[in-house]
Design a protein around this ligand. Structure first.
Ligand SMILES: Nc1ncnc2c1ncn2[C@@H]1O[C@H](COP(=O)(O)OP(=O)(O)OP(=O)(O)O)[C@@H](O)[C@H]1O
Ligand SMILES: [Mg+2]
Length: 376
């Protein structure tokens, strides 16, 4: 078991700051996901924790002791890579047993530990096979087995599922989560897949260009993104953004888009908008599931719009809706039918609106029901 603390960790490669002044604390026994696009610095961060890279600044503390200058083999951490090569002519048993043999563990104990790991990973019936006789997912399990058999203090995983097909990934996601539940060890799991992060992580750290954007539990990161980057990386299709202008008139604030306006008298919301934005522009963010399409003008506060294109996806339909000069994505029922150019109305769940600064893209305000935002 291990807690891992990074204090102002920075790593540069020539002109690239791969990891920029990152502070974070990973708790003992936590499933901690690091989510970010290519080049975000995720692998570099793992390599720093592992000791494969030396930081240019800052401190790394594992279980209350600084590990700066400590050799990777002395950190007692396992790292599982995207492509973990197995020994092709060794059996599954011998592949998993290999680290124990290196540590000169006694034969009976090796048998016991390999059997236990193989059972945990549901590969106990494959122990006599060699890697070429296994499927991709089975091979990945063997690779994971080889890492966990050592019983290290913590596991660092760098996109371990990215080479697998969609169905296998789904299955392995569940297996890894189960494995962590039973081991109760610290997992640091790097991914660029938001579904993996949301479904597996106790907490998620979002990284972009070496900078930590936000840390939080999946719900907080999804519902209250710190900025437009975090709002975009989570959710599929991602959040819609509409640039609007603001008009402040005696105790109420109006946010005006070409197709509709919203209004609130809530002081907290008005104060946040006034202090954050010196100019008049504001970006509102709306998740596709917080918008509803009506084919006839039904509800009050519905806004006229037009279907641009529909994408039926089996279990849901994504409808691209033209709203003034913008096209927004709306999640509709699987059996939704509509023609391009068809006039519709949309209603917006105004308790789920997000407001972002037009230039910094930082969040200014997350609305809730108490804000009593109305569409006018
Ligand atoms: N050894 C290196 N030498 C020079 N630049 C490097 C080195 N390793 C990483 N970088 C740079 O540091 C940045 C972060 O790279 P890193 O591999 O950590 O990103 P990542 O988030 O893991 O990306 P990916 O999702 O593509 O794996 C990138 O701009 C990369 O080009
Ligand atoms: Mg990487």
């Amino acid at each position: 078991m291990a807690s891992i603390k990074l204090e102002k960790i920075t790593k540069k490669f020539k002109n690239t700051i791969a990891v920029n002044d990152i502070d974070l604390q990973i708790e003992d026994g936590e499933f901690f996901c690091i989510l970010g696009p290519p080049g975000a610095g995720k692998t570099t961060l793992l390599r720093l924790i592992m000791g494969l890279e030396k930081p240019d600044g800052g401190n790394i503390v594992i279980d209350n002791e600084s590990v700066i200058g400590v050799h990777p083999s002395k950190r007692d951490i396992a790292m599982i890579f995207q492509n973990l090569a197995l020994y092709p002519d060794k059996t599954v048993f011998d592949n998993i047993a290999f680290p124990l043999k290196q540590q000169k563990v006694e034969g009976g104990e090796i048998r016991e530990r390999v059997d236990k790991v193989a059972k945990d990973l549901h590969i106990d019936w494959l122990l006599d096979k060699i890697p070429s006789q296994l499927s991709g997912g089975e091979r990945q399990r063997v690779a994971i087995g080889r890492a966990i058999v050592r019983q290290p203090k913590a596991y660092l995983m760098d996109e371990p599922l990215s080479n697998l097909d969609a169905l296998l990934r789904l299955e392995m996601r569940v297996s890894l989560k189960e494995l962590q539940d039973s081991l109760k060890e610290t997992f640091v799991y790097v991914t660029h897949d938001q579904v993996e992060a949301l479904s597996m992580g106790d907490r998620i750290a979002v990284m972009h260009q070496g900078i930590l954007q936000q840390i939080g539990d999946p719900d907080t990161i999804y519902q209250q993104p710190n900025n437009m980057f975090v709002a975009t990386i989570l959710g599929s299709p991602p959040m819609n953004f509409l640039k609007c202008s603001m008009q402040h008139v005696d105790g109420s604030m109006r946010i005006v888009h070409k197709s509709f306006s919203i209004e609130t008298k809530n002081k907290d919301c008005i104060d946040a908008l006034k202090s954050a934005s010196k100019g008049e522009a504001i970006v509102i963010g709306l998740r596709p599931e917080d918008i509803e399409i009506q084919k006839t003008k039904g509800k009050e506060q519905s806004v006229p719009a037009e279907i641009y294109v529909t994408e039926p996806l089996g279990n849901e339909t994504i409808v691209d809706v033209a709203l003034g000069e913008n096209v927004i994505k709306v999640l509709a029922e699987p059996d939704f039918e509509g023609q391009s150019g068809q006039k519709i109305w949309i209603s917006i769940n105004s308790a789920k609106l997000h407001m972002f600064h037009d230039e910094t893209h930082e969040c200014v305000y997350h609305a809730s029901a108490k804000d009593k935002i109305t569409i006018v």
